[in-house]
Design a protein around this ligand. Structure first.
Ligand code: GSH
Length: 226
């Protein structure tokens, strides 16, 4: 029946749901990808039902789960994408947390008060900021023996999550123009990305061409400085 079906609720963005979607598709689990439009969200009824007030939400086996990274780990544990060894778990968790730091790097741009400050923040974000994270992930790939995974020798939730950055973000049409081929400088990471994405090829080709996040709904642009 419908009760047993997994339901994911999120906005029409890749955003905080994309690594969850990738994992479920990779496992071949049937689920409903329930897209909540901003218009429906604004009506307020959906918000009222959410105990944490935010999406994503996952319904699974009669339970309702919130918090994207907790959901991702839960599914990882359920479907074999989370290591059992505590040091490997730590590596996975640390990589995931590090990506949260990357995303916070957009905040100076969002909060900047003048066009000049916005441009500066954007230059930093798409330049040194992004490269710092790419360099770290490149080293993680090397440290793990260039075997096509970030931790251990099979998929973990860290792979799904880091792919949302090195694939979903960096190859998105809004970003490509600005980032260009920045990942080309990081050969091992690029190979890792291409290897992992080859396995998700069908899903990546079929998924909707959503904006990356609410913040990045349209192309980030340099603004005129009088
Ligand atoms: N830490 C939460 C954050 C969730 C979150 O901020 N969700 C945003 C969308 S990406 C949201 O629902 N915003 C609507 C609102 O806050 O009114 C998670 O990772 O799930």
């Amino acid at each position: 029946g419908d009760e047993s079906k997994i339901k994911l609720y999120y906005f029409p963005f890749h955003g905080r749901a994309e690594s969850i979607r990738m994992l479920l598709h990779h496992k071949g689990v049937e689920f409903t990808d329930h897209i909540i439009t901003l218009e429906d969200w604004m009506k307020g009824d959906i918000q009222k039902e959410l105990v944490m007030g935010k999406l994503p939400k996952l319904e699974i086996n009669g339970k309702t789960l919130y918090q994207s990274m907790s959901i991702l780990r839960y599914l990882g544990k359920l479907y074999g994408y989370y290591p059992t060894d505590i040091d490997a778990q730590f590596e996975v968790d640390s990589l995931i947390d590090y990506l949260s730091d990357f995303k916070e790097g957009i905040l100076p741009y969002v909060n900047a008060q003048t066009n000049k400050a916005k441009n500066e923040a954007l230059r930093t974000f798409i330049g040194p900021h992004t490269k710092k994270y790419l360099a770290y992930f490149n080293n993680a790939v090397i440290k793990n023996g260039n075997n096509g995974f970030l931790v251990g020798d099979s998929w973990t939730v860290a792979d799904f999550h880091v792919l949302t950055f090195v694939h979903t973000h960096l190859t998105h049409e809004f970003y490509v123009e600005m980032y260009g081929d920045v990942i080309d400088e990081f050969a091992e990471l690029k190979k890792y990305r291409d290897d992992r994405c080859a396995e998700l090829k069908e899903y990546l080709a079929a998924r909707p061409n959503f904006p990356i996040t609410y913040v990045v709904m349209k192309k980030l642009e340099f603004l005129p400085e009088e």
